[in-house]
Design a protein. Structure first.
Length: 365
């Protein structure tokens, strides 16, 4: 009986705490939050609001704080700046906190979306600015770990992002590079959710159209070239089209003059894969060798400490590339080189599914 009473007391205590948070938030009348600008990822607040946050003693390093606060206000119709304020302060300071990414992306985006969907007194120019940031940060969040709990949650956010892109893609408020990012993000979302996850290939033409629009707005958008190249290679078996896209991306990356760029490694490998599929083995060898050189450069790069796990990954990839080189030389009837590179692949940890069969194919003792 005592345990039950204690549990009930704790529940009421938690409820009171989070209700108190909401009351404290709403105590800041509109005049106090009127100076908030539209930038959700600019965490600088004016002195009045900074002082208020300190007075509240809110625990920003506790994920429960954001969960409960969201439950308290997500169905409220409030001045948009209250939601914007919460979006701005959603940021766990402890670098070792497992929930850092979830708060910094999921909750920050959620409060920003509420500013758009439930916020009152929201001018169009401010709304458009917030929508743009949501689109950009959602795109970034799609590559960050520990943000989404499941595919359903990722898709729910995507619905808002797609809507905002359609709202903004004809806007004269943004430059061509930004509009290009909108089209590219829309294509990436549709590809990720509807084609890869749900297998809906009827969406492929829509994806290609959006990549085309992205590149018509900005022909230096290398990410659009790479994404379209992957779609052509892995879903359409259009190896020539993929090769053209990867070459464009590689050309754009080379202009940056950053010799150990991870993108150079990736693009060189993908170009090698295209040539291999097209049975242009000498060209494939050229790009696989470039890829290997770049990975070896990463391992041996002077004045740079490389994490053990990264070194293991690079070493594993080098083994894979040596095996691909062996395959190319085998198809060029150069058994000596084929066997030599096959043996090299083994020294770098590559392990084919059937070692004995592979030894026989490459005529290695």
């Amino acid at each position: 009986m005592k345990t039950i009473l204690t549990t009930i007391l704790l529940l009421f205590t938690c409820y009171d705490i989070y209700s108190q948070y909401k009351e404290q938030l709403l105590e800041m009348d509109e005049s106090k939050i009127s100076k908030l600008d539209s930038y959700i990822y600019d965490n600088d607040l004016d002195e009045v609001l900074t002082g208020k946050v300190k007075d509240f003693s809110w625990d920003f390093n506790d994920i429960t704080f954001y969960q409960k606060f969201l439950e308290e206000i997500e169905n409220e119709k409030l001045d948009y700046r209250y939601f914007l304020f919460l979006s701005k302060i959603s940021n766990i300071k402890e670098s070792n906190n497992n929930y850092t990414n979830r708060v910094y992306y999921y909750y920050k985006l959620k409060f920003a979306i509420l500013a758009i969907e439930n916020g009152k007194n929201l001018a169009k120019v401010v709304a458009d600015s917030i929508k743009k940031q949501i689109i950009e940060k959602y795109y970034t969040a799609s590559f960050v770990p520990n943000v989404w709990q499941d595919d359903k949650e990722f898709k729910n956010y995507a619905e808002f992002v797609l809507k905002y892109i359609d709202n903004l893609k004809y806007s004269t408020q943004f430059d061509k590079k930004t509009i290009s990012l909108f089209y590219q993000t829309k294509a990436d979302i549709i590809y990720e959710i509807y084609i890869l996850t749900e297998g809906n290939n009827t969406k492929i033409s829509e994806v290609l159209t959006n990549y085309k629009m992205a590149l018509s707005e900005d022909n230096t958008n290398w990410k659009a070239f790479v994404s379209r190249g992957k779609l052509r290679f892995y879903r359409l078996n259009d190896y020539r089209g993929a090769l053209e896209d990867y070459k464009e991306a590689l050309s754009l990356e080379n202009k940056k003059k950053f010799p150990l760029s991870p993108n150079l490694t990736t693009f060189s490998f993908e170009i090698g894969e295209c040539y291999l599929k097209l049975k242009k083995y000498s060209d494939a060898i050229n790009f696989y060798n470039k890829t290997n050189t770049l990975y070896l450069g990463k391992i041996k790069e002077p004045n740079k400490k490389i994490r053990v796990i990264d070194k293991e990954i690079y070493t594993k990839y080098i083994g894979i590339f040596y095996f691909k080189l062996a395959n190319c030389y085998y198809n060029l009837k150069n058994k000596k080189e084929a066997c030599g590179y096959f043996k090299k692949s083994l020294t770098f940890g590559y392990s084919p599914d059937n070692l004995r069969e592979s030894m026989s194919i490459f005529n290695c003792n």
